[in-house]
Design a protein around this ligand. Sequence first.
Ligand code: SF4
Ligand code: SF4
Length: 176
Amino acid sequence: MQYRKLGSLDWDVSVLGFGAMRLPVIENDPGRVDEAEVWNHPQVSLLLSGMSTMQQVRENIACADRSDATLLSEEDLILVNAIRQEYRRLVPVPCTNCKYCLPCPNSVEIAAKFEHYNNANIYDNPRAPRFHYSNLSSDQQADNCVECFECEEKCPQGISIVEYLKKAHALLGEKR
Ligand code: SF4
Ligand code: SF4
């Protein structure tokens, strides 16, 4: 994930975001620190990364080309580890937004729900996530889930999707 994205959500800055803003910029590209952190391990010679556009392929090849076990300083690595631990503490659903669970036969927008639900917890403020959630059609809302569990069979992270959908709807479906 791109930790630096945690620094913004419409009008708010998360605690994680303040830490992420101090992360190093790799070759003028503020989004590359995640890959750099992986390449920084001398034992890593292969990195599998989801890519959906040719631009992303080019960017990942460029990142691999400059891979180096000294790309990040000791100080950078301490900061990355601290942010990672705090991220794991704050984020309730370990969803990577891969969307392998989709399409849901009942049109539930699973990944979007979890993104909004996680943001509500990261930023300790459900206002913007509730707004985004309310923009989903009634078909896409979590309470449209009929608990067929098709999605859970496809999720590589083994997430209890049905259970978390209920939690997400309880928090985000609340009318304001
Ligand atoms: S398959 Fe799992 S990790 Fe991927 S988007 Fe769906 S819930 Fe998230
Ligand atoms: S369990 Fe719910 S969200 Fe998952 S595929 Fe079935 S209806 Fe869709």
